[in-house]
Design a protein around this ligand. Structure first.
Ligand code: GRF
Length: 212
């Protein structure tokens, strides 16, 4: 039995990209902390199991995280993929899933952890922007990097145009990273990720063609 758990809070477009990747898995479960997450409907349409665990009905972060861990463990997943899961996770939770908890972040980490990444990229005048898939560690938006993809920042770019182009790349690299993990191609040592059978080009994607 091979299974994947995906945690979401909202729109769910990265989750959708993972659901459409066609992994040979026995089960996929989508869990949302937000009962109104649009992604839940998408997940149901894809015929995967869904669950809601509303963080507002828990007294504190630790209690919520413990309940979430219980739900996740019931699925016995190989990997837990955060896909727009808008919760800071307790150290205890992160440590429990060490080496099998992945996240997608809309910046080239370690630049711009946290929120508002596209606006901050524009503000700083960076010439290259992008997204990162990484293993989660207790530090926010930090941890061993699996794959990154970059685009050039163009003179007329706005927060929205950047967000759109970066999102298109997110939908390419997250399914790829999860596939590598499920295929056993990822070796994690000393905070570094080595992807077996993949070269620099595959793990560092530069997409000027998406800049139009
Ligand atoms: C994405 O930009 C992802 O990188 C970030 O939150 C956003 C979620 O979007 N962590 P979606 O719910 O996957 O559409």
């Amino acid at each position: 039995m091979k299974s994947l758990v995906i945690l979401i809070s909202g729109r769910g477009s990265n989750m959708q990209a993972l659901l459409e990747a066609g992994y040979p898995l026995d089960s996929i479960t989508v869990i949302s902390n937000n009962p109104n997450a649009a992604g839940l409907e998408i997940a149901r349409k894809h015929g995967v199991a869904t669950a809601v665990l509303d963080h507002r009905s828990f007294p504190d972060r630790e209690t919520f995280d413990a309940a979430l861990a219980e739900k996740i463990d019931a699925c016995n997943p190989e990997l837990v993929a955060l896909a727009g899961f808008m919760r800071i996770l307790s150290d205890c939770f992160v440590q429990r899933y060490q080496g099998r908890l992945m996240n997608i972040h809309p910046s080239l980490l370690p630049a711009f952890p946290g929120l508002g990444t596209h606006a901050r990229a524009l503000q700083e005048g960076v010439k290259i922007h992008g997204c990162t898939v990484h293993f989660v560690t207790p530090a926010l938006d930090h941890g061993p990097i699996v794959i990154q993809a970059a685009i050039p920042v163009l003179p007329g770019d706005t927060e929205q145009t950047l967000a759109n182009r970066v999102l298109a790349l997110e939908h390419r690299i997250y399914p790829q990273a999860v596939r590598w993990f499920m295929d056993g191609c990822i070796r994690l040592t000393d905070n570094r990720v080595e992807v077996l059978n993949a070269g620099v080009i595959e793990t560092a994607l530069y997409s000027p063609e998406l800049s139009e």
